[in-house]
Design a protein around this ligand. Structure first.
Ligand code: KG4
Ligand code: ZN
Length: 336
């Protein structure tokens, strides 16, 4: 079954074609225009999606070796959470294709999609699994009982982990988005060089708070500290909190599997600390390939594929609308 998937929840325009959960063709266009503004400008992002999406779709179709959209069996697009204006572009584009070809459509939850980066039909993940979802917009711990039964254990009370990386990077002049730049600078620094608070660090509490950390960074930076030491200390503080909470929940659930997803799961210290923790505690660890840590359409296609495996013949209505936030405790993969 061929799935055509689209992602436009923020500043990445992405399209993929999958055969079930196997990638046939994929393209991501990252909108670099926002760097000059120090953050994503929603209106500019929407206009860029509108301009680029039809071109990406045509190219992806060619790359997949398909003659026309007629070969596609199911169309899927991110419905939210995200920027409503940017979501509407991808959603409307994909719904229009589905409608014109009389094919089913699936509106996909972006958070579920990040987790489905790890989905493969012949899947090797053992459940229950505890997932750490860390991106620019979200930081959550989730319990996965299966691909169709995912519940929220806790999330951030204020800033997301990626947001803390981005705000810290902007403050010390490393540009936007700054997660990768901090990761790089931290390699040259001493992680015990700058004393920073560790907010909500009790591992038993499945919630996070990173806005105080950002303020602490500002205060020490204004006093004058080594930039690399500050990056290393900040990164270690965030990573220690993320890893300890994930491990605690895995032990509590008696889970043998942990996984990470989202942009911050590209962080080199987070990946190495998770690997150490997994081997020490005899846990299976699943980390996404680096290209699938940030927003992409392959994860949307895999989420659609998993949804159809567990819910045959259940599709979204063409009235499916974009949504900015996800609230609740049960994470539904598709909007039905
Ligand atoms: O998942 P994503 O593409 O977008 C959202 O859904 O939010 O994540 C983007 C976030 C940004 O905040 C970016 O700074 C962060 O992921 N990021 C990193 C690294 N690479 C990207 N954070 C820390 N270390 C990295 N190497
Ligand atoms: Zn994302």
């Amino acid at each position: 079954m061929y799935i055509f998937a689209v992602e436009t929840s923020c500043d990445d325009s992405a399209v993929a074609i999958l055969e079930d959960s196997t990638v046939i063709a994929e393209i991501v266009y990252t909108q670099s225009i926002h760097a000059q503004h120090g953050g994503v400008v929603p209106e500019v992002a929407s206009r860029q999606h509108l301009d680029i999406l039809p071109k990406l779709a045509e190219t992806c179709l060619k790359d997949a070796g398909l003659l026309s959209f007629n070969s596609i069996d199911v169309f899927a697009a991110t419905a939210g959470p995200g920027l409503v204006g940017t979501l509407l572009v991808g959603l409307s584009f994909t719904k229009a294709l589905a409608w014109s070809l009389c094919r089913p459509f699936l509106g996909i939850n972006h958070l579920a999609a990040h987790l489905h980066t790890h989905y493969a039909k012949a899947g090797s993940i053992e459940f229950p699994a505890i997932a750490l979802l860390v991106s620019g917009g979200h930081t959550c711990l989730l319990r996965m009982n299966s691909w169709a039964d995912i519940c929220l254990l806790g999330s951030t009370r204020d800033d997301a982990a990626g947001e803390a990386f981005d705000k810290t990077a902007k403050l010390i002049g490393l540009g936007y988005p700054g997660g990768q730049a901090i990761d790089k600078a931290a390699r040259e620094g001493n992680a015990t060089g700058v004393r920073l608070p560790s907010p909500l660090s009790n591992p038993a509490l499945p919630e996070f708070s990173f806005s105080g950390l950002k303020t602490a960074v500002r205060m020490v930076w204004e006093k004058g500290v080594d930039m690399n030491d500050l990056c290393a200390s900040f990164q270690k503080t965030v990573v220690d909190i993320l890893v300890s909470k994930l491990l605690y929940q895995a032990k509590l659930a008696g889970a043998g599997t942990i996984l990470a997803a989202g942009g911050v799961s590209a962080n080199s210290l987070l990946r190495s600390e998770l690997a150490k923790a997994a081997s020490k505690n005899n846990l299976a660890l699943h980390l996404p390939e680096l290209k699938y840590t940030t927003d992409n359409a392959v994860m949307v296609g895999r989420a659609a594929s998993a949804w159809m495996e567990y819910n045959p013949n259940s599709y979204s209505s063409l009235t499916c609308n974009a949504f900015a936030r996800w609230q609740g405790t049960k994470l539904n993969t598709a909007v039905i």
